[in-house]
Ligand binder design. Sequence first.
Ligand code: NG1
Ligand code: MG
Length: 541
Amino acid sequence: MAAEQPIPVYTNLSDLYGSLGTSLNHAEKWNSVAEEFQRRFGRTPAYIARAPGRVNLIGEHIDYCLFGVLPAAIERDILIAIGRRPNALAEDAPGSVVAENMQKKYTRQVFAPAPRRRASVSEDEIRLEEWQLDINTKELRWESYVKAGYYGVLINYFSGGGNPAPVDILVTGTVPAGSGLSSSAAMVVGSTLAFLAINGKLDGNFTGNGPKISKSQLVEMAVANEKRVGVNSGGMDQAASVISVPSSALYISFFPELSASAVPLPPGAVFIIANSLVVSDKAVTAKRNYNLRVVETLVAARVLARHLELKVGNTERITLREVVGRLAGEVEEVGEMPVEWLLETLKRMEREIEHLKPPNSDISSEAQLGVTMEEMIAMSGLTAEEFQDVYLSWVEVEATHFQLYKRAKHVFSEASRVLQYRRVCLAAESSPSSSPMDVLKELGQLMDESQTSCNELFECSCPELNQLTQISKDAGAIGSRLTGAGWGGCTVSLVAEDNVDSFIEKVSATYGPYKGLQGEALDEVIFATKPSSGACVYKFD
Ligand code: NG1
Ligand code: MG
C-alpha cells in the first residue's frame, strides 16, 4: 500500500517536476526559493522539502473519531529550503536554527533547543533524554509550526545522545493560512521532513540503520508534532499531505490502524475552492471550538458504549468508531468490516444516539439538546475525578452546555456519507456507462447534506460560509460545502467541467468580499484544483 512506501527523495529536477504534474510552473517556484536562500545565506541549500495543502472532499470532523475521510492533496504547497550553517559560531547552541520566511509579515526567528538532563532507568547513569523547545500555544506564530516539526525529530532521533546540526532555513508557501486547506499540516510535515533530511535521518528508521522511513511513519510523527501547537487534531491533513497521489482522492481510514487507498474521481468533475476570507485561528480558539468538539465526541462515545453495555475501562478514551467496532465483537478480530455492515451499523447508531439527549427531558428544540458538566459526568458513569482525568486533564475547553447528541449525529451521518461517496466513485469507474451527470449529482447531494450537518449539528460553519455555499449553488455548483475545520476558511464546490468559467464569474460577481478583485488577486481566492502528489524532498549535489 502507498502508505508503506519510503518518502521520495529526488536528485534530478526533471524527475521532481514530473512527479508534481505539469499544470503549474513549478520550476519558477523551486528556483526562486533556492536563489533566495543563496542570496540570504550565501550558499545553496542542501535540501528543499515540499508538503502540499489538502482539500477535504467529504468527511469533516470525523478523523479524530477514527472514521474514514476523503481528502486530496492540492497543488498549493509549502517549500522549506534548509542548509547546515558551515561557520556556526562556537557559542551557537547545538541544533540552533535561523528561520526566515519569504513572506515579509513573518519575521526572522532565531531559536535553539535546550537539552534537559534527566536521570534514566539506572540510578547512577545520567544521559540526555529529552530536548526542550518552547512553543507558544497562546498566540499564532509562524515559527511554531517549524518548531513543532523539529521537536519530533529531536525527540525521536536525538534522545540519548548526538547533537542536531545548526541550520538556516527559508520557508515559502502558496497555501493560504487559516483557510481550511491545511497550511498548518503542510508546515509541520515540511518542517519534519526538512529537519530529518539535514540530520541525515531520511535514509533509515528511528535507529538510523533500518529500512527507510515510510510515509505512514512520517504521518505518525507529523500528527504528534502538530499536537504540540495545541490542536488535538486527527490524522487526515498529515496523511493527505504525505500519502496523496495525483489525479485521485485518498480514502484514509484510521481504524484499526492508518491505511489509505486512492479513489478515482469521475471524469468531468472539477473541484473549485473558494475562500470565505474569514480567517479561523484554530490554535487560538480551540478551547471553544475544535478541542471542545474533540471532547464532546469522546464523551458521547463513552455514554453510548455504556448504554450499549460494551466493555470500556474507566481510564479508557474510546472513540465513536471504536464503539461501532466493539459492537461487532473484539476489535482485534474485526479489523475492517465490510462497507455494507458498517453502513447498516451507522444507521442503527443514528437511532441509538437518542440516549445522548439530556436526561428527564422532553425537549423538542435542537438548541436545547446540550447537557451541563454535571449531567455529562453523571451520564458517563465515572466519578468527577475520573472524568476530569480522562476527558479534561489534557485539554482546555470552555462551554456551559455540551452537545453530545448533535455532535454524534453529525459524526455517524457524515461517516456514512463518506462511504457512500467512495462507493459512487468506485462504481462509476467500474461501469463507465452510468450517466456522468447522474454520478456528479449523487456526489453533489452528499456534499450538500454534509454542509447542512456541519452547520446545524456540528456548528462548525459560519454565516459567510453558509452564504458562499449558497451563492455557489446558485452559480451552478452541483454540490458545495465548507472544507477543513470550518468556522471560516474555504468552501469546496463540485462543478461540471463545462461550467467552470461561468461558475467562477458568477461567484466573483456575487460574493461581497470578492468585489473589486481581479487577475491574480482573484485567482488567490477562487480557483480550480487538481489532486496533486504528496510530500517529497529534493536533494542538491
Ligand atoms: P484544518 O483546520 O483544515 O487544518 C482540521 C484538522 C483535521 C480535521 C479537520 C476537520 C488539524 C491539523 N486538522 O483541519 O484533522 O479534524 O479539521 O475535518 O487540526
Ligand atoms: Mg490546520
